[in-house]
Design a protein. Structure first.
Length: 460
């Protein structure tokens, strides 16, 4: 049996064996990759979680985009902005069929996911991560975090931190490569971040330094304050600072840290293409606690997932425009007001709810505002300020695993719902006892493909 599908590069072509009239036994997940490494890591992390939990097959699709081409919301034109010649193939083949699940992140990959979903209708589902600027009813599941300011909905999940995962083998290799450094501070150990055999050794404190990111500022004076407060914190706990900067760290901040950190404290300025010499994964693997600048959600997430204490160095935030200053359209002013309320943790009022309804229809857009998620983490004590006497919690890693279980379960339910709906439509069209008998095998195949036991077997 054949089905016609729309090829990105040609007229509709009949392809044998790609029929979508029956769901496949094993779910296939396409992971759309864009230009941003951090975004791509989130998509890969969710794909790996689905592969581990359900045994689904994941396929990475690297996309390249035409510069200056705006994405089109029309699903039929969802790939107009894609450079098909330089991207991985998004055509189906016998060995690489259309996916059951397509995961995207970013405004450029989202329309591609919608286009791919239409090629395997009615079975495929579209999962979007992070920020979303299209109508909510165009996506099956939106998985987001607080800095994007997106409102809740039946098809939206809000997580405490972005989905991220550092491969254990990479962390272990980095810890081994930098073992002489840590051994010189704490003595030889194979026990991970703590060293029970070295009683006099103080903690090793990883300091992860980001850079300015609107509306967060990071200048020379902030670098001076960071050095002074981190050294004072290390003195109080008799610890050693290992400081790693990032590509965004201003040169004047790096210069001041180099001058201000005495031995045994160490600075590791960022080096492009450092590869195995990059100390960042080694710090995550071996440090006893962390200080992270408040501009970087990803570095805070990496530090929290170690299960160790994380202190936040708060950078100055550009003062928002006073609310008495008008802005047009009205939704822009209401969005500014809502941002300030979200940072303070205030519940939504009537104006907020109106703005949120506009966002769900894509008639208004919230601005990305990192202070929102940082203030939330501080309120829930997943992180603490350097000046706080009370230590932060260290259970974020367990919470993140539970939230990832929740996301995976929701995707499983959505896929099962799609398949059940398609089967109901098939039975309605076919009808009669013969259709019900033939559908029994389809139900068993679908259950096995979703990692579920056969119903009759489960009762015995």
């Amino acid at each position: 049996m054949t089905r016609e599908f729309t090829s990105p590069t040609s007229q509709p072509v009949p392809i044998a064996g790609l029929d979508s009239s029956q769901p496949r036994a094993n779910a296939v997940v396409w992971l759309l990759q864009g230009q941003r490494l951090g975004d791509n890591m989130q998509v890969l992390a969710l794909g790996a979680a689905l592969e581990v939990r359900f045994g689904w097959r994941t396929v990475v699709k690297q996309l390249k985009f035409h510069s200056g081409h705006r994405p089109n919301r029309d699903p039929a034109r969802g790939i107009d902005h894609v450079n098909l010649a330089e991207s991985d193939s998004i055509n189906a083949t016998l060995d690489d069929p259309w996916p059951d699940v397509v995961i995207a992140i970013g405004r450029r990959s989202g329309p591609v996911a919608r286009w791919v979903k239409t090629q395997n209708a009615p079975y495929a589902i579209h999962i979007q991560l992070g920020r979303f600027q299209d109508p909510y009813d165009t996506v099956d599941l939106l998985v987001t975090t607080a800095q994007y300011g997106l409102p809740g909905a039946a098809n939206a999940l809000h997580l405490s931190l972005p989905i991220t995962a550092r491969r254990p083998d990479v962390l272990a290799a980095a810890a081994t490569a930098f073992a002489p450094l840590f051994d010189s501070i704490k003595g030889p150990t194979n026990a991970g971040p703590t060293n029970a055999g070295s009683i006099d050794a103080g903690p090793v404190i990883g300091v992860l330094v980001g850079g300015p990111s609107n509306p967060i500022q990071f200048g020379a004076r902030d670098g001076e304050r960071l050095a002074a407060e981190a050294l004072a914190f290390a003195d109080r706990c008799r610890g050693t600072l290992l400081v790693a900067t990032s590509p965004r760290t201003p040169a004047e901040v790096v210069a001041h840290l180099q001058a201000a950190l005495p031995a045994p404290h160490r600075l590791f300025p960022f080096e492009p293409g450092a590869g195995d010499r990059n100390p960042y994964p080694a710090l995550l693997a071996r440090c006893d606690s962390f200080i992270v600048t408040s501009d970087s959600v990803s570095m805070v997430a990496d530090a929290c997932l170690t299960g160790r204490q994380v202190r936040l160095f708060e950078l100055p935030v550009k003062r928002p425009r006073p609310l008495w200053e008008p802005s047009w359209p009205l939704a822009h002013w209401v969005g500014r007001r809502r941002n300030q309320r979200l940072v303070r943790g205030q519940p939504a009022d009537m104006l907020d709810r109106w703005f949120e309804a506009e966002v769900r229809r894509a008639r208004a857009q919230p601005t990305r505002y990192v202070p929102t998620i940082m203030s939330s983490l501080l309120r829930e004590r997943h992180v603490a300020r350097l000046s706080d006497a009370l230590a932060p919690r260290t259970d974020m890693a367990q919470l993140v695993v539970q939230e990832l279980d929740m996301v995976a379960a929701r995707i499983l339910a959505l896929l099962a719902q799609k398949r059940a709906g398609a089967l109901r439509d098939q039975l309605a069209r076919g009808g009669g006892l013969a259709a019900r008998v033939s559908a029994a095998g389809s139900r068993r195949d679908a259950a096995a493909g979703l990692g579920l036991p056969d119903f009759n077997s489960a009762l015995t």
